[in-house]
Design a protein around this ligand. Structure first.
Ligand SMILES: *[C@@H]1O[C@H](CO)[C@@H](O)[C@H](O)[C@H]1NC(C)=O
Ligand SMILES: *[C@@H]1O[C@H](CO)[C@@H](O)[C@H](O)[C@H]1NC(C)=O
Ligand SMILES: *[C@@H]1O[C@H](CO)[C@@H](O)[C@H](O)[C@H]1NC(C)=O
Ligand SMILES: *[C@@H]1O[C@H](CO)[C@@H](O)[C@H](O)[C@H]1NC(C)=O
Ligand SMILES: *[C@@H]1O[C@H](CO)[C@@H](O)[C@H](O)[C@H]1NC(C)=O
Ligand SMILES: *[C@@H]1O[C@H](CO)[C@@H](O)[C@H](O)[C@H]1NC(C)=O
Length: 472
């Protein structure tokens, strides 16, 4: 069934929003000094220590590339094959050389060398620090993103910059307005195409509360793809495989169902990264959920207690009984043990962040959806995150070793939680805490964005998936 009128829901949405007024439109950058304060990319470049790629005779095969990325990725990096199939395409040629450089870095056996030259990276938290660094620098040098201009704010070109879906708006704004050097206005020069619509704002403006009717959201996504694919040649060339959308809202995945290729082929950057609900780690990207009340990191979390100060509580959780896992947690531990501080609702006299800062482990069970803002809060608080979830693909797990800074406890073992946490030795605990310190910068939102921060890590995840793309 083809509906007449290209952009029915987009036009309707715009009219609907206009009738509400523009009071809701608050950009992420509205209260800051201005775009001119953004750093200049070239200055930053100078600070990058140059990594010598040493081709040692030890490099005999490329099997170690698997260390760079999660195992699903490893077999895909065959630059010889990719290069021949794409030799007419200059862009693909450039990507092939990046791919080759990353592979080469990944296969270097003597990894002690890079750390003499590069104090930037902490060895333990990466699957393969060599490959990650190489890939990151290749991204900085080459990666170009075209941002579609179609659509009206706020549903497109805007998004929430505070509260639970902060990562959505902040990414859209940084991508569109940041002086980060990745955006190109020339779509022919782009490696990927960004569709900057906000699912959170769709829910706010198009969804009728309590109806559970997500059709307007799907229609919006469907119309958006239809518009850009008629107007520009890029979508049809790859059926959307080099296109990406981003959403932190729980309904990001269901919205993407509005177009079969958006769902099955495009890169979807989602907080709701539930692998048993169609999230595909080979092509989709897990987006960290970062809860910024009022748009800022709570000041208490900016200054965690001194590294070696003792923390009186073993474990902490406070939150509603949402989803499949929390009822199990609360049933076993709420009010049961003074070392495991579990609250359904924290009494007003107690402070949430105080508990995070005074606990050794912060429990991060999934709620209605797999992601929890507690994970990033725990990283900030230097409280070891205990991941209690099923089918959750953790953010940046293609390059980060989550086991270096968090603990995963199987849901079936929740009854033995205390035993499991007490079994973590002091040395192991300190190792995890050091890991948290090292990984923190990858989960921080900066205005403007800074190297290795969460904006860059998200983009790097997209970059890795684009490198793996087959467009023939
Ligand atoms: C990559 O592809 C080429 C051409 O198909 C093949 O000859 C080569 O063995 C492949 N290399 C690896 C490591 O799979
Ligand atoms: C790695 O390189 C360093 C510095 O060149 C050298 O001292 C060390 O012996 C090498 N290690 C191995 C296992 O080759
Ligand atoms: C892309 O394909 C769609 C559906 O087949 C078609 O309607 C559209 O005109 C095509 N776009 C371009 C730019 O040719
Ligand atoms: C994705 O592809 C599968 C297999 O072809 C198909 O059954 C499914 O309907 C597609 N999903 C969407 C949302 O279109
Ligand atoms: C913490 O204590 C350990 C063991 O006492 C010590 O080795 C380490 O240097 C201390 N770390 C910091 C950051 O003070
Ligand atoms: C993840 O998806 C599965 C399958 O749909 C579902 O049963 C489960 O509840 C989801 N997990 C969360 C936390 O939403």
């Amino acid at each position: 069934m083809i509906r007449d009128g290209v952009s029915v829901s987009i036009v309707l949405a715009a009219a609907f929003v206009a009738s509400i007024g523009i009071v809701f439109i608050f950009g992420c950058f509205s209260h800051k000094k201005g775009i001119e304060s953004f750093y200049v990319n070239s200055e930053d470049e100078i600070k990058i220590p140059v990594v010598e790629l040493i081709t040692t005779p030890a490099r005999t095969h490329i099997g170690e590339a698997g260390d760079v990325l999660s195992t699903e990725f490893s077999s895909k990096f065959n630059s010889t094959e990719l290069l021949t199939k794409r030799e007419n395409n200059k862009l693909e040629h450039v990507l092939a050389s990046s791919r080759a450089a990353i592979l080469k870095a990944a296969s270097i056996k003597n990894k002690s060398i890079i750390f003499r030259n590069n104090a930037l990276l902490s060895r333990q938290i990466y699957r393969n620090p060599y490959a990650f660094y190489r890939s990151y620098v290749e991204m900085e040098r080459r990666f170009k993103v075209y941002v579609y201009e179609e659509g009206e704010s706020p549903l497109v070109h805007d998004g929430p910059c505070k509260d639970i879906y902060t990562s959505e708006g902040r990414f859209i704004h940084e991508m569109e307005q940041g002086n980060n050097g990745f955006r190109t206005r020339n779509p022919e020069a782009a490696h990927v195409y960004f569709m900057p619509f906000s699912v959170t704002w769709m829910v706010k403006y198009l969804y009728h509360p309590n109806t559970h009717n997500v059709i307007p959201l799907k229609e919006f996504a469907s119309d958006y793809v239809r518009i850009i694919s008629r107007k520009h040649p890029f979508w049809n060339k790859t059926q959307g495989a080099d296109h990406f959308m981003l959403s932190c809202h729980d309904w990001g995945p269901v919205t993407s169902q509005g177009n079969a290729f958006l769902y099955n082929t495009s890169i979807r950057v989602l907080c709701n990264a539930n692998s048993s609900e169609g999230f595909n780690p080979k092509k989709d990207v897990s987006l960290p959920e970062i809860y910024l009340y009022g748009g800022e990191v709570p000041s208490k979390l900016l200054h965690p207690p001194p590294f070696n100060s003792s923390r009186p509580h073993l474990a902490f959780f406070a939150g509603g009984v949402h989803g499949p896992i929390r009822p199990i947690l609360l049933q076993h531990w709420k009010g049961r043990d003074s070392d495991i501080r579990i609250y359904e609702r924290l009494p007003e006299t107690l402070d949430y962040y105080y508990f995070m800062l005074q606990s050794r482990f912060c429990l991060c069970p999934s709620g209605y959806e797999v992601a929890s803002p507690r994970i990033v809060e725990a990283i900030y608080a230097e409280c070891i995150p205990v991941i209690l979830s099923e089918h959750y693909v953790l953010p940046f797990s293609d390059v980060l070793r989550w086991e270096a800074f968090s603990i995963q406890v199987d849901v079936s073992k929740i009854a033995r939680l205390k035993e499991i946490l007490l079994a973590v030795s002091q040395a192991e605990y300190l190792r995890l805490k050091e890991g948290l310190r090292a990984v923190r910068r990858h989960f921080v939102l900066n205005k403007p964005a800074q190297r290795f921060d969460v904006f860059h890590m998200i983009l790097h995840s997209v970059w890795l998936r684009r490198l793996d793309l087959r467009v023939w």
